[in-house]
Design a protein around this ligand. Sequence first.
Ligand SMILES: NC(=O)c1ccc[n+]([C@@H]2O[C@H](COP(=O)([O-])OP(=O)(O)OC[C@H]3O[C@@H](n4cnc5c(N)ncnc54)[C@H](O)[C@@H]3O)[C@@H](O)[C@H]2O)c1
Ligand SMILES: O=c1ccn([C@@H]2O[C@H](COP(=O)(O)OP(=O)(O)O[C@H]3O[C@H](CO)[C@@H](O)[C@H](O)[C@H]3O)[C@@H](O)[C@H]2O)c(=O)[nH]1
Length: 323
Amino acid sequence: MKLLVTGGAGFVGATVTRLLLDAGHEVVVLDDLSRNDAAQVPADATFVQARVQEVGDVLTPDAGFDGVLHFAGLISAGESMTHPELHWEANTRAGLNLLDAMRTAGVKRLIFSSTAACYGEPSELPLTERAITMPINTYGATKLAVDLAIASEARAHKLAAVSLRYFNVAGALVREDGGMIGERHDPETHLIPIALEVAAGKREKLPMFGDDYPTPDGTCIRDYIHVADLAEAHLLALTAAVPGEHKIYNLGSGTGFSNAQVIDAVRTVTGHPVPVEWLPRRPGDPASLYASSALAQADLGWTPTRTSLEAIVADAWAFYQGR
Ligand SMILES: NC(=O)c1ccc[n+]([C@@H]2O[C@H](COP(=O)([O-])OP(=O)(O)OC[C@H]3O[C@@H](n4cnc5c(N)ncnc54)[C@H](O)[C@@H]3O)[C@@H](O)[C@H]2O)c1
Ligand SMILES: O=c1ccn([C@@H]2O[C@H](COP(=O)(O)OP(=O)(O)O[C@H]3O[C@H](CO)[C@@H](O)[C@H](O)[C@H]3O)[C@@H](O)[C@H]2O)c(=O)[nH]1
């Protein structure tokens, strides 16, 4: 297939682009480089520096695209509470622009990076796709809005669409030839890469947001999914998309780890101390999130295999040291 990958300079988009190219697809990456440089865009993809808001210049009726994988957007739940307008623009307005451009160009297949943040404070654990969607941060709201728009588009205009609701993506793609694609967000906001920076001596302390959550050790619980496992689900979703249907799948490893457990794993894997500075809760953080991915396993035949927290942190550390 000829595929447009938005956000393909980013952590997940670049990883999926690598797998798509390896599977024989032709890939055009579109990214405005607002949150990454182009260093991780695979050399055998075509790269276009542009905003999704201008995607119609690339996704023309004559360009011959068979589908779009839409990763571009802003990802930090914390930032979405302090700068909500940025998230409504980059996630929702851009997402609606993309749907318009796809309709105009007659491109009928879409895979969308949705998020566990759509569920808000969970109505059930593990979270299935039937859980109530009531985001408690603006990031989740801006992504849920796009999910709802995609559902209408599929119904009315026969789009074949799959939203993949990722839980916390981590690790790195480590290839047999030694090549790696990993997390290098700018600014970095995610727990594991920040803890690795502390372990490496690049930061003094890890700011830990909250010790008074209703969890066994008082810190938040998250479900860490290895980026290589996550990426494989996208290739399966591409072939599972059906015209007129909007399918939604949760992608997690199914196990919750507390923030304190994550820091312990970083200490173990790196062999370095990780001093912690305890701070108040970060606004917009649910206490506990972990997935049921039973539906993705049944429908897509997807099984995450890299589920050990130490192995996930070890790949992230290998990438951190090699970059
Ligand atoms: N990383 C996670 O834990 C996680 C979890 C759930 C969902 N997601 C979703 O997955 C997607 C990819 O996440 P990631 O970790 O690779 O993030 P990332 O920041 O590494 O990649 C996103 C890319 O989008 C680009 N971008 C942002 N706004 C743009 C715009 N308007 N036009 C063009 N490009 C734009 C950025 O420059 C960046 O390269 C995001 O949509 C995110 O919301 C990520
Ligand atoms: O310096 C830090 C960074 C994070 N945290 C905490 O670590 C946990 C995880 O935070 P983070 O790594 O920022 O991820 P989330 O806020 O859980 O969000 C991620 O995971 C969501 C899915 O669960 C995705 O939708 C988002 O895009 C992605 O950023 C939270 O309790 C944070 O408060 C800290 O204590 N200190």
